[in-house]
Design a protein around this ligand. Sequence first.
Ligand SMILES: Cc1cc2nc3c(=O)[nH]c(=O)nc-3n(C[C@H](O)[C@H](O)[C@H](O)COP(=O)(O)OP(=O)(O)OC[C@H]3O[C@@H](n4cnc5c(N)ncnc54)[C@H](O)[C@@H]3O)c2cc1C
Length: 495
Amino acid sequence: MTEHAVVIAGGGPTGLMLAAELALAGVDVAIVERRASQDLPGSRAGGLHSRTIEVLDQRGIADRFLSEGQVVQVAAFGSTRFDISDFPTRHPYALGLWQNHIERILAGWVGELAVTVYRGHEVTGFAQDDTGVDVALSDGQSLRTQYLVGCDGGRSVVRKAADIEFPGSDATTSALLAEVEMVEEPELGTRRDASGIHSLGKVEYEIRDGEVVYNEGGTVRVMVTEPHVGTTSEPMLRDLSEGLIAVYGTDYGIHSPTWITRFTDMTRQAAAYRDRRILLAGDAAHVHSPVGGQGLNTGVQDAVNLGWKLAQVVHQTAPESLLDTYHAERHPVAARVLRNTMAQVALMRADDRTEALRDTVSELLSMDEPRKRFAAMMSGLDIHYDLGEGHLLLGRRMPDLDLATRDGTVRVFTLLHDAHPVLLNLGKPSGFDISRWADRLVAMDAEYAGDWELPAIGQVAAPAAVLIRPDGYVAWVGDGTDHGLRDVLTTWFGS
Ligand SMILES: Cc1cc2nc3c(=O)[nH]c(=O)nc-3n(C[C@H](O)[C@H](O)[C@H](O)COP(=O)(O)OP(=O)(O)OC[C@H]3O[C@@H](n4cnc5c(N)ncnc54)[C@H](O)[C@@H]3O)c2cc1C
């Protein structure tokens, strides 16, 4: 039986990112992907939020995405759009880039790393024992692995086979989403009526002066809210035509669909992200309305939280209990996403009272403090893992500062490219005793004279030293001594 240290079911954005993180850490990892190629029939998610761009920048690949997408201010809560250009990040914006391109670029990166990909294969089940997992594939073969990670989307076979509960709420709205050609030029933009929100846009667009500009002709992306929830039949062109006529009075002569799908606001989250040797990440662990564009982003960031932890457990440099911090840190992050999407869906309802509420929320969010807080939440920049009391940096993202070092100016994110932890001594040159971790840790004396500023929080006191985890979150803040450092190093990077 073929063996891999880790097998990932599903090579969507989450599975690809996780595979790359594990490969960077020297783990023998394989993806089993049902699709024969990385191509997606439709465009799906529309882009990346600021924190995800930062996470990709931490690995040195953000430019690959930035060069193909459109930088735009689209972080929003409900109908209120935020301008985050004043946020203290190198990427104070979102990136408009369809998911098919995001996956293609991620797959290109994964292709440069030592990852085995079994394409056109499906995981059908597994059996785990004390030493590993037998992963059953649709062609009757199986793979042996130490850990199986279900990155196999909302209908996750891995989650179901592991019998992990998926509590939450059923759908309250349902919409058809499609990419089609139209004989007539449609009325582009968003329309709201008694049945909900509908929109027509083009797949190809440019951002000019902060606004979306569509070319004439080309493929149209249609979204029409359905009058009823719960239809289970496969959506057809006729359903879309009827939906368009009901809302716009015409179907604009739709034809040649490349993709017709249905999505709802079903909101559910796995009760546990781990059952012994089985882990869940991305849509396999959480599903919700696409409002706010947070699904893909949350999945990619799940992967970056899990990758370095799982690598250390596989290499036996850290105990298995480190994996429990994955659930402890990422479950609350997605729970918050679920909550904010439910609130946004409620704000979209089409009655007079909801409209009054929408206006009220909009007015509130136009004030600077609420804008900063909600924009930091929607862009993922305010994520805070509970690592105990202490300096405001603790458990938060390390800013990408320009450090003065012996070798010249170095960006913090550049130090994270290889996914190693980084110990920065920013005070007097000191001799932290880190010999036990020296083979796994980048340690450096550096100076930084500028302000320390965090999104939505503002200025914080300059630390004397910081320990940055491979995922870019601060695990320890020094006060000029090494107080607590060895304990923290042991917690995260083993003894
Ligand atoms: C209409 C729509 C609009 C969206 N808009 C946004 C947005 O703007 N921003 C955003 O962040 N998110 C958005 N999302 C959500 C986003 O598409 C998902 O959150 C994202 O794709 C999740 O990535 P994933 O890798 O976890 O799962 P998926 O993308 O679902 O990938 C799962 C992969 O596993 C494979 N697979 C499934 N089962 C098996 C199996 N048994 N064996 C092997 N392989 C298997 C699948 O082929 C697939 O490649 C949108 C979603 C929809 C439907």
